[in-house]
Design a binder for this molecule. Structure first.
Ligand code: GLU
Length: 342
C-alpha cells in the first residue's frame, strides 16, 4: 500500500470545490472597468465570471459563466502566431516580428529602430504583421484557414461576431496607422486593408471560457486537443508560442505576472486570460472588468491563487508537488490500493 503522505490532497472533488470557493471569493472583487474603446465591447455584462481548467488528458473543471460567448480579442494572437510559424517556419517569422517584450502599451506605435520589425507578436503591431503572414489565396481562404485552426483548438465550429468586427474596423485607426507604418518599411506583403480586416476578424472570433481553457490545454498537450485528439498546431512550435506568452503575454504587466504567477499566459481586452502549465493543464478565466494595464482584475487574482494552491509556478520547487496530474493520479492510486487491500 502506498504511503498516505505521498498521496495528494487534491482529488477531483477537492479541485472543483477549491475553484467554487475561489469563484465565490473573487466575485466580491468589484474594481476595474470594462473596455469601451471598441463600442461593441462596452455592451458586455461586467458581472459575468467564469473559471475553467482543462487538464492535458482532457478532464474539465468549470465554475460560473463558462459557456457564455464573447470575442477572443488579443488571446487570438498566440494561435495566429502558431499558424504563421507553420506557414513559414521560425526563421522567416522571426525576420518579420521580434520576440522582445516592450514594456509599452499593447497599441503603442513603435517598431524596432534597427530592424523595423514590431517587437513581438503579442502587441498589436506584431499581431497585425503575424496575421499578414497567414497563407491563402485571397481573404476568404485566409479567414477559413484561420477559423479552421481555431476549430481544431476548441473542438467545434467557430464564428466571427460581425457586430464586433464592424465596430473594430470602424474604430481601428490606431491599428491602421501601425499597419501603414509597417507597409512603409515593407514588413507587410499583401494589401494592408486586407491584413487589417483579417486581424479585426480574428479578434472578433467568438469563444467561451471553456473554449479558452481547451485552447490552453491543447498547448499544454503539445498542440493536440486533449478531447478530440485533433492536432491544432505542430508540436515543434508550441515552445515558440509559450515562450512569447511567458515574456510578452500580459501587456505591460508581463514581468510581474511571470514573477508572481510563473506561467505562460495571454490576456485580452474581452476580460479573458489563458494560462498554460506545460504537459499538465490549461487555465482560463473570463471576467470583463480590466485593470489599468488591460488585464482582467478577477482573472489575475484567480490565476495567482490557482498557481499558488497547486504549486504551478514554473520555477517554484519549494512545495515539491508541482505536477497537477500527478496530484490527481496519486489519490486515485491510493484509493485503488485501499480497495485491493480490503
Ligand atoms: N482588437 C483589439 C485591438 O486591436 C485587441 C486588443 C486586445 O485584446 O488587446 O485593439
Amino acid at each position: 500500500m502506498p504511503d498516505a503522505a505521498s498521496s495528494s490532497r487534491h482529488t477531483t472533488a477537492a479541485v472543483q470545490s477549491f475553484l467554487e470557493n475561489l469563484h465565490q471569493a473573487c466575485a466580491g472583487l468589484c474594481e476595474g472597468k470594462v473596455a469601451d474603446y471598441i463600442p461593441e465591447l462596452a455592451k458586455v455584462d461586467p458581472d459575468l465570471f467564469g473559471i475553467c481548467l482543462v487538464t492535458a488528458d482532457g478532464q474539465v473543471f468549470a465554475v460560473g459563466d463558462t459557456e457564455h460567448l464573447f470575442t477572443v480579442q488579443s488571446i487570438s494572437k498566440v494561435f495566429v502566431q502558431g499558424l504563421a510559424l507553420e506557414d513559414h517556419g521560425r526563421d522567416y517569422v522571426l525576420g518579420r516580428v521580434g520576440v522582445e517584450p516592450t514594456g509599452d502599451a499593447f497599441n503603442a506605435i513603435i517598431l524596432d529602430e534597427a530592424s523595423k520589425r514590431p517587437y513581438n507578436p503579442m502587441v498589436n503591431a506584431g499581431a497585425i504583421a503575424t496575421t499578414s503572414l497567414i497563407n491563402g489565396d485571397g481573404p476568404t481562404e485566409r479567414l477559413n484557414r484561420l477559423l479552421d485552426m481555431f476549430r481544431r483548438y476548441v473542438g467545434h465550429d467557430i464564428v466571427v461576431d460581425v457586430a464586433t468586427y464592424v465596430s473594430e474596423r470602424a474604430t481601428g485607426d490606431r491599428n491602421r496607422a501601425m499597419a501603414y507604418l509597417m507597409r512603409h518599411f515593407k514588413m507587410v506583403d499583401w494589401d494592408i486593408e486586407e491584413a487589417l480586416d483579417l486581424y479585426f476578424q480574428q479578434c472578433s472570433v467568438m469563444v467561451s471560457c471553456r473554449d479558452l481553457a481547451m485552447m490552453a490545454a491543447t498547448l499544454a498537450n503539445q498542440g493536440t486537443n486533449p478531447v478530440t485528439g485533433d492536432r491544432a498546431v505542430d508540436a515543434g512550435y508550441v515552445r515558440d508560442m509559450l515562450s512569447v506568452m511567458y515574456t510578452c503575454g500580459m501587456y505591460n504587466f508581463a514581468g510581474e505576472w511571470a514573477y508572481r504567477v510563473g506561467l505562460p499566459a495571454k490576456s485580452g481586452v474581452c476580460g479573458g486570460i489563458i494560462a498554460v502549465v506545460p504537459d499538465q493543464l490549461g487555465i482560463a478565466v473570463f471576467s470583463p472588468p480590466l485593470d489599468a494595464r488591460g488585464n482582467s482584475v478577477r482573472g489575475v487574482r484567480v490565476c495567482e491563487a490557482i498557481s499558488q494552491e497547486f504549486g504551478l509556478h514554473l520555477f517554484d520547487s519549494s512545495r515539491g508537488c508541482h505536477n497537477f496530474l500527478e496530484q490527481l493520479r496519486g489519490k486515485k492510486r491510493l484509493i485503488e490500493a485501499v480497495e485491493e487491500t480490503f
